[in-house]
Design a binder for this molecule. Structure first.
Ligand code: GLN
Length: 555
């Protein structure tokens, strides 16, 4: 096995793996991100990675109701929503080196085999697949010049799916015993109504599952409704063979941003640094604490409606499908000292009953987020018309910008039947259409990673709402779409009062559309996804401006 990389200080890279026990969906990603945050606050250079055990090469082809939001990085990587948590917590841009799936690993190994790179050997699954995993972890650590690389392994221990990743951890640990820590985030269920009678047995079994593949956790995070009491910590310590101080409580929280602060109540960063033999360089969770306090102390509420279509599969999936939008609303809310109350509005109801749009008047601000396909689209357009006419602060994200453009074309520019060719290829007025370079991708019948993806620059026009938010002439924003405002219609739309306040530097692609402030307090649509770049300590300027407008409407 190749030697672990050394950082700029000449020290060996340290690895912290985070695996899940008992069941998925208990917040492994937030736990991993929080571990990263507290180490970063102690002056350690940290990077974070996610391993997803599925065969999909990336998360771009999955329906958000299946696997939650598809997050997009600057370099265009379409990945798991946990990558968003890492970026938000660490305040850093990550790259495709920080993400891998079973599919992507096999794809690379198979391609190398086809290129005769294995010198005639039989390429067996073990060790070659785990070795490729380790190579990628080392590559990411090196790229980020990280002292500590945090690696979250998706799924749950004991599953068939992630066994090769656990084998990679085992291999790495046996060659670098002092450099590897293994954290188990495990669910501690409670049978009593108050959530206090916690049961540790499932976690004991999870540890045995780890033991059976040659791994022993160093730290166990007990995910439970409440903090673990002394008795539960003793029990886990005794039955799982770790010290009591290494059993950390991970109780339910009102805000995920409190998780790092809770961990520090149990001196977690001290434990981690001691185990890894790293020396801290100061402590600085002050700005994080300040954000958490601002979010908690904001008492005055603003009501934000989100009009969309993935709203029929229960609250849990809903929150997952739109996690970056929700978080960006919270960041913007904290920045203007308001507490956002987010409500979901199913757009199809406005197709059945157009008069139902009147309910939108009760919102202080409304968002139409990104989306694909035709379902619920006419309902969204009906909603946008009402929002525009009734001067409700509006933020349209990607599809939300395209649909606002269509609504304006139909009802203000006299282009009856205007549409996007995504939904109506035969529309008389294709105001949203596919650009030649994207059409080429489409015809190849290969849909993976073929959209306009990742960061592109946008020029922002002075004297507009967008400029007032950014205070910048050139910004960089992340994209994930195939369709664009059709250049043929820009003139007529502009003449009728729609302002394109942001565009690609070559002026070909429209990036921001808005209405003049004298006709509407805040009506902005972006072809990009600002929510992907919003972070608690640097809220996205457009979300802050939107929340400010919503707060003003409330008054
Ligand atoms: N469906 C639209 C497109 O592909 C918008 C995509 C989105 O909202 N992310 O252009």
């Amino acid at each position: 096995m190749k030697k672990a990389p050394r950082g700029s200080t000449g020290k060996r890279t340290k690895y912290i793996f985070v695996v899940g026990g008992v069941m998925s969906g208990v917040g492994k990603g937030v736990t991993a991100a929080s571990i990263g945050k507290i180490l970063q606050a102690r002056g350690i250079r940290v990077t974070a990675m996610k391993i997803d055990p599925y065969v999909n090469v990336d998360a771009g082809t999955m329906n958000p109701t299946e696997h939650g939001e598809t997050f997009v990085l600057d370099d265009g990587m379409e990945c798991d929503q946990d990558m968003g948590n890492y970026e938000r917590f660490l305040g850093k841009d990550l790259s495709r080196a920080n993400y891998m799936t079973t599919g992507s690993i096999y794809l690379e190994v198979i391609q190398r085999e086809r290129n005769l790179e294995f010198g005639g050997k039989c390429v067996s699954v073990v060790p070659y697949i785990p070795l490729e995993v380790i190579n990628r972890i080392n590559r990411a650590a090196k790229l980020a010049n990280a002292e500590v690389v945090l690696v979250e392994v998706g799924g749950t221990v004991g599953e068939y799916e992630n066994i090769l990743f656990l084998e990679a951890i085992r291999m790495l640990r046996s060659s670098h015993p002092e450099d590897v820590l293994l954290c188990l985030v495990s669910y501690i269920p409670s049978l009593s109504a108050g959530g206090t009678e916690l049961k540790t047995k499932p976690t004991q079994h999870a540890v045995r599952d780890l033991n059976s593949v040659g791994l022993q956790p160093d730290i166990i995070f007990g995910r439970a409704p409440v903090s673990l009491d002394k008795k539960r910590k003793e029990k886990l310590s005794l039955m799982c063979g770790i010290s009591e101080e290494d059993v950390i409580s991970a109780p339910n929280v009102d805000s995920i941003y409190d998780v790092p602060l809770n961990f520090e109540k149990e001196s977690l960063s001290d434990r981690l640094l001691m185990k890894l033999g790293l020396r801290p360089r100061g402590t600085d969770l002050a700005s994080w604490r300040a954000f958490s306090r601002a979010a908690r102390d904001a008492k005055r509420e603003v009501r934000i409606g989100v009009v969309g279509k993935y709203f029929d599969s229960g609250d849990f999936m809903l929150a997952d499908s739109y996690i970056s939008v929700i978080e960006a609303i919270k960041h913007g809310g904290a920045a203007v000292h308001r507490k956002p109350i987010i409500e979901w509005i199913e757009s199809e109801q406005f197709e059945r009953d157009p008069a139902a749009v009147r309910q939108l008047a009760k919102y202080d601000g409304i968002i139409v987020p990104g989306g694909f396909g035709g379902r619920g689209i006419e309902g969204k357009i009906t909603a946008i018309k009402y929002i525009r006419e009734h001067k409700i602060p509006y933020l349209g994200l990607c599809y939300g910008m395209q649909l606002a453009t269509i609504e304006y074309a139909r009802h203000k520019a006299g282009l009856k039947g205007a549409h996007t060719t995504e939904v109506d290829p035969a529309t008389p007025y294709p105001v949203i259409d596919i650009m030649p370079e994207q059409r080429k991708n489409m015809s190849e019948k290969n849909f993976g990673a073929t959209m306009r993806l990742g960061a592109y620059p946008a020029a922002i026009e002075e004297g507009t709402i967008a400029f007032a938010a950014y205070h910048k002439h050139l910004v960089s924003e992340r994209h994930r779409h195939r369709y664009e405002v059709n250049p043929k219609y820009i003139e007529v739309l502009t003449k009728q009062g729609l302002i394109f306040s942001g565009f690609s530097p070559d002026h070909r692609l429209m990036e921001v559309a808005e209405l003049p402030r004298k006709t509407h307090p805040f009506f902005v649509g972006t072809q990009f996804h600002p929510e992907l770049k919003s972070r608690p300590l640097s809220p996205h300027p457009l979300f802050t401006a939107f929340m400010k407008a919503a707060a003003e409407r409330k008054k």
